[in-house]
Design a protein around this ligand. Structure first.
Ligand code: ADP
Length: 165
């Protein structure tokens, strides 16, 4: 049984992430979305909120589960018996970073293979940070995130705006 982990911050999950999960779930028996608990990035949503949003967005996929992890991704992979790390590649932005990360992970765990899936054309310029940035400036990008994410995102931005004014 091939188990895989798809690690990331997912702050919040976007349609680009969901597309990677849908495609990866067809190629492995079980996929765990690993939501990074402690991140050097400051997140807009805490880990439980990020897990809830991702879980709701992939509830239609029976072989996918979502859980928090901290520390090294290769350790999290071993803990759940995953031999594959799934990553998504956008053409212009991800290659260098993902290659370095994959090589470093292989150095630490030769038994865990990184598999990158190319981002679909319509999600090439989509990132969680860009969504937050333009949504904060008033853009309607509700078509770029799962339906269950848009409400909490707008709510959080309004809260931040109110506390800053
Ligand atoms: P990070 O691991 O830097 O916190 P994210 O949580 O944003 O990154 O994303 C996790 C994974 O999803 C990474 O492999 C990233 O390249 C990939 N990814 C992010 N956005 C997209 C997208 N629009 N299409 C495909 N893959 C994506």
């Amino acid at each position: 049984m091939v188990r895989a982990i798809y690690p990331g911050t997912f702050d919040p999950v976007t349609n680009g992430h969901v597309d990677i999960v849908e495609r990866a779930s067809h190629t492995v028996e079980h996929l765990t979305v690993g939501v990074v608990e402690v991140s050097s990035k400051r997140t807009m949503f805490d880990v439980d909120e990020r897990i809830k949003m991702f879980s709701d967005a992939v509830a239609h996929l029976p072989n996918v589960s979502v859980k928090a992890y901290s520390g090294l991704t290769v350790n999290a992979a071993r803990e759940i018996g995953a031999t594959v790390i799934i990553r998504g590649l956008r053409i212009t932005s991800d290659f260098e970073y993902e290659s370095e990360m994959a090589l470093m992970n292989r150095r630490m765990a030769e038994d865990v293979e990184t598999v990158c899936l190319f981002s679909a054309l319509q999600y090439q310029i989509l990132s969680s940070s860009r969504v937050k940035e333009v949504a904060a400036l008033g853009a309607d990008v509700s078509d770029l995130v799962p339906k269950n994410v848009w409400g909490p995102l707008v709510e959080r931005l309004e809260k931040r705006k109110a506390s800053n004014s």
